[in-house]
Design a protein around this ligand. Structure first.
Ligand code: PRX
Length: 654
């Protein structure tokens, strides 16, 4: 856990599930969890075959798992369509006219509800619109949308026809869109004129236009079509022959579109995420296994019921939005709430007002948000009736015990269990998490592995460590929703996840297990930052900085931050003849925003004459982290090339 947000409070209490909660929950005791978990890892074929029978298969599989490390295939020979499971399966049942998506726009008063029947119709129509625009099975479709139901409709339409989506978060820049278009080979982009965020309009179409210009100037632009959803009504550029309006496209299509018959291992989506080296990598997820894990975790971790109103606050541009706003809850036939904008618009109580107004029962958010709510003060919360809530969840970064306790008391009224869910873009769904009716929790631990997850803490040699010894988090067996690869880069897949230890998936996180077997996640131990729950590669920010004409070298590290978990600190050396100044620092921040997007905005630029390096030329990040955090430099510095660099760094201009 980060130093700054590390607990001053050591919460020793164990929070056991309330009896009434356990009685109703699908998994109501530790004995039941342990029995099922044991079966799930010792006889995964039997266990997952039973669970998968809940889903609708167009054709049953002939074999559950084929594992040739590091390549897994699940439900071989089976045919299944994700959209059919999320939509058609509920039609003609009591869920036919149930709310599938309840949406609120950021401007107060804007609301929409789509029932399962209506969502099905819209997805079928948009599937036909995609087909009409030449999209076929296996094609990549880039989605750069605001948080409106059409984002989910677009994803489900791709899934229905067997095309792969690649959703790009609205906080990424034109340059990032360009990189993702080229890497994925997307021929079509789905976007909107804009989206609302904190009272302003995010110029989504303008960013797409800029990306198109960059691609055209580069000589290779695979994008032939841009479909634009009218959200804000602002003036935008429409490129004749390339750009078309979403609503116009729907005029030409009907509402019949049979779900494609898809092999269980058909690619479902690519989602780009940051790694410790190079550009973001396209994490590839496939159909049957991913859907099963999304479904099962909603069933057992959120224990979703027909009467629930479930709200996951993540943007659809992140994996949490994929699995826990769209696919998991809809596969369960739940009501998934969706909100377009910021938590503090028009005022700091927007979330609590939404919960009260819509009777939200299950609420899933990030520690960063919880820390901000704490800072804003209880008065924003207590004026609303939050008694509808029955379960709370958190994801994205370690949660400090103070934030956990505040969430428990102030939001959960001391009655709602909290599920602290550890997982990653690569894992597709929850991996280490309490089950709310069974697992005793303690603030700060994600507790125990989910079904099918064989997690362990190992030392550098790969040996499993004993209780309370810090080490690296690994997964020793394949699970249904594990990534199937990195798009277009087989070698990087093996290298990144499977080369640290033979036969084990290396997550990139440090952790320890306590004497009760609970996992305590410390955070990334590679060169990946976690800024406000968003992953950011230090290498990405460094390469953005050195692409500025004034910069010679850059090293980026994280610094503990009370609200965001980590803040981005950049140590920069400038080229000969360049004078450093506040203006240049601001210009560099702006430059990073342009290259990567607002999501990567540096918090501090520190100019320095040189960067501390080892004799072999490696930047000593450990030292930089200590300097950034304002700590005295500790540890071995004997391999440092030029010790005088340290003195200069400590006083580097901010
Ligand atoms: O470091 C872990 C942290 O977030 C990383 C994964 O980031 P991403 O792929 O963007 O997915 C975020 C949403 C699933 C992990 O390697 N992380 C995620 N959840 C937790 C966490 N750290 C501690 N506790 C968690 N509950």
């Amino acid at each position: 856990m980060n130093k700054n947000i590390e607990s001053t409070l050591v919460e020793k209490r164990i929070f056991k599930p309330a009896k009434e909660f356990s009685k109703k929950a699908r998994i109501g005791s530790m004995a039941q969890y342990q029995k099922m978990w044991k079966e799930s890892v010792t006889k995964p074929e039997k266990f997952f075959a039973r669970e998968a029978a809940d889903l609708k298969w167009q054709k049953k599989w002939t074999k559950v798992l084929d594992w040739k490390c590091p390549y897994a295939k699940w439900f071989i020979g089976g045919k299944i369509n994700v959209a059919e499971n999320c939509l058609d399966r509920h039609l003609g049942t009591a869920r036919h006219n149930k709310a599938a998506i309840v949406w609120q726009g950021e401007p107060v008063g804007e609301k929409r509800t789509l029932t399962y029947a209506q969502l099905h119709r819209e997805v079928c129509r948009f599937s036909n619109a995609l087909k009409r625009n030449g999209v076929k099975k296996g094609d990549r479709v880039l989605i750069y949308m605001p948080m409106v139901p059409e984002a989910a409709i677009a994803m489900l339409a791709c899934a229905r026809i067997g095309a792969m989506h690649s959703v790009v978060f609205g906080g990424f820049s034109a340059e990032s869109i360009k990189d993702r278009v080229l890497d994925s080979g997307s021929k079509i982009i789905l976007t909107a004129d804009g989206g609302y965020r904190r009272g302003a309009v995010v110029p989504l179409k303008k960013n797409v236009d800029d990306a198109m210009t960059l691609l055209n100037n580069g000589g290779t632009n695979p994008v032939k079509r841009v479909i634009v959803f009218k959200r804000t009504g602002q003036d935008i550029h429409i490129e004749e022959g390339r750009d078309v309006w979403w609503h116009r496209e729907l005029e030409y299509v009907d509402a019949d579109c049979a779900p494609a018959q898809l092999d269980s291992e058909t690619p479902l989506f690519i989602l780009y995420t940051s790694g410790s080296t190079g550009k973001p990598k396209g994490i590839l997820h496939t159909t049957g296994g991913y859907l099963l894990h999304a479904y099962m975790t909603c069933k057992y971790v959120f224990d979703l019921r027909d009467e629930d109103v479930y709200w996951c606050t993540a943007d659809v541009g992140w994996v949490t939005g994929h699995t826990y706003m769209v696919y998991g809850p809809l596969a369960m036939g739940a009501t998934s709430f969706m909100y377009e904008g910021a938590p503090n618009w028009p005022e700091n109580d927007r979330f609590w007002q939404i919960i009260a107004e819509n009777g939200v029962t299950v609420f899933y958010t990030a520690p960063t948000a919880i820390r901000a709510f704490m800072k804003w003060g209880d008065q924003w919360v207590t004026k609303h009736d939050l008694s509808s809530l029955r379960l709370l969840g958190t994801v994205g970064e370690p949660i400090n015990p103070e934030a956990w306790m505040w969430y428990h008391r102030t939001i959960g009224g001391s009655r709602c269990p909290i599920v602290d869910t550890w997982w990653q873009t690569e894992t597709g769904g929850h991996m280490i998490t309490p089950l709310p009716g069974a697992t005793p929790t303690k603030p700060g631990t994600a507790t125990l592995p989910f079904f099918g997850v064989d997690a362990a803490i190992v030392d550098d040699a790969g040996n499993e460590l004993g209780a309370n010894q810090g080490g690296k988090l690994v997964i020793r067996k394949p699970w249904p929703s594990m990534l199937r690869g990195i798009w277009g880069d087989k070698a990087r897949y093996k290298q990144t996840y499977w080369s640290e230890y033979k036969g084990m998936y290396f997550a990139g996180d440090g952790a320890r297990r306590d004497e009760h077997g609970n996992f305590w996640i410390v955070g990334r131990i590679d060169d990946v930052l976690n800024v406000a729950g968003h992953r950011l590669g230090t290498a990405e920010v460094e390469s953005a900085l050195v692409s500025h004409p004034s910069v010679a070298e850059a090293a980026v590290v994280g610094k503990p931050d009370e609200l965001k978990g980590q803040a981005v600190v950049c140590f920069v050396t400038v080229k000969t003849g360049i004078t450093t100044s506040k203006e240049l620092a601001n210009d560099l921040k702006k430059h990073v925003r342009t290259v990567i997007g607002p999501v990567a905005t540096p918090d501090e630029i520190r100019f320095t004459d040189a960067l501390p390096k080892t004799r072999s030329g490696k930047i000593m990040r450990r030292l930089l982290k200590q300097v950034a955090a304002g700590e005295l430099i500790k540890g071995d510095t004997t391999t440092l090339e030029d010790l005088s660099v340290l003195a200069k760094l400590a006083t580097a201009e901010d």
